[in-house]
Design a protein around this ligand. Structure first.
Ligand code: PMP
Length: 335
């Protein structure tokens, strides 16, 4: 995701939030605090040198979680932080990271950071696991691993989330034997960035990406679901997709709330052109309905009933309004 690419200048901690950048139609200020080298520090003090290994070689892995504000309960709910931090640590395994952290210690650090910020709105949390040494040399072993976290207020990521128009990218999805696609390895996101920029510059909201063997994998930073003849399909985790936590959650919700099981199987490009419904899932994208692919309408060209129902169930779940899924939520504030 291209969250931190524009006007991202560090400010001193005691300065007001004046630096504004633009993301997905939303203006937000820089954070006040960061989790950095094991402590919560003013954001302006969380700095690395330009020789940092991860910055030069992409030897980092990142996460992306949302926190949802429930005004009635005056509570901020982190969505499935343990699953997100477990995936981050697993991505770290690909990078030979050596860290003492567990999903629990990272969840605690996230809570400490969000409490310091004192948010009363929906937020996005960005953990980063990175090779911190300032040295020259392409390798993974014998380096120092660090984890940082920052958070920002956050709304929509895909602007047209009920009627997205997507294109098939001319780029291919990074292959498991090139850089593991099931991990969130920072260097691999140059692939996602190529995909997203070309799609947006060509006038589309997002892109669908084919794997090396020509099957549909996912979007630039979101998983894909397709409905044909009343059956919901999603590409299997062996088709070079990120093992999305929203994907897994939506699969459970379709089964329990809609009574429909999702079939995991490879999807051909030409199926997409004749399917009834198509939608993305992801932390940033949440449930985004796709209504046009390469200028062809999906189904009747408007958001379909399955995407619509899932959007409303998902929103209730993440805001803590469906008790059956409360174990997916971690409250940030003490009551
Ligand atoms: N695929 C890719 C390539 C992604 O970057 C993301 C965002 N993390 C997703 C899918 C969706 O994953 P999740 O639901 O865990 O956010």
């Amino acid at each position: 995701m291209d969250l931190f690419t524009q006007n991202h200048t560090a400010t001193d901690s005691d300065e007001p939030r004046t630096q504004i950048y633009f993301q997905g139609g939303l203006n937000v200020a820089l954070p006040n605090y960061a989790y950095f080298e094991g402590k919560i520090v003013p954001y302006g003090e969380a700095k690395v040198g330009i020789l940092t290994h991860a910055l030069n070689y992409g030897t980092a892995a990142f996460g992306g979680l949302r926190g949802y504000w429930n005004g009635k309960e005056e509570q901020l709910f982190l969505f499935r932080p343990r699953e997100h931090f477990l995936r981050l640590l697993n991505s770290g395994k690909y990078l030979c990271a050596e860290l003492e952290h567990t999903p629990e210690t990272l969840t605690q650090a996230a809570k400490d950071l969000l409490r310091a910020e004192g948010y009363r709105e929906d937020v996005y949390l960005r953990p980063l696991l990175y090779k911190a040494d300032e040295i020259i040399g392409v390798k993974l072993h014998g380096l120092t691993d660090e984890i940082s976290m920052v958070s920002i207020p956050f709304g929509l990521y895909v602007a047209n989330d009920t009627n997205a128009h997507v294109t098939f990218s001319s780029w291919r999805r990074v292959d498991d034997n090139v850089i593991p696609a099931r991990g969130k390895i920072s260097g691999a996101y140059a692939n996602s960035a190529l995909i997203k920029t070309d799609a947006v510059r060509a006038g589309f909201d997002e892109a669908l990406v084919l794997s090396q063997d020509g099957h549909v994998s996912e979007g630039s930073a979101m998983n894909l679901f397709m409905v044909r003849d009343g059956v919901i399909y999603t590409p299997p985790v062996t088709d070079n997709v990120l093992e999305g936590i929203t994907r897994r959650s939506v699969m459970e919700l379709t089964e329990k709330e809609l009574g429909l099981k999702v079939v995991e199987r490879s999807i051909d490009r030409t199926e997409v052109y004749i399917c009834d419904e198509l939608f993305f899932t992801g932390t940033a994208a949440q449930v985004t309905a796709i209504t046009k692919v390469d200028h062809r309408p999906v189904g009747s060209g408007v958001m379909g009933p399955i995407a619509e129902k899932l959007r409303s169930v998902f929103s209730e779940v993440v805001h803590g309004k469906l008790a059956a899924y409360s174990d997916w939520l971690t409250p940030v504030y003490e009551k």
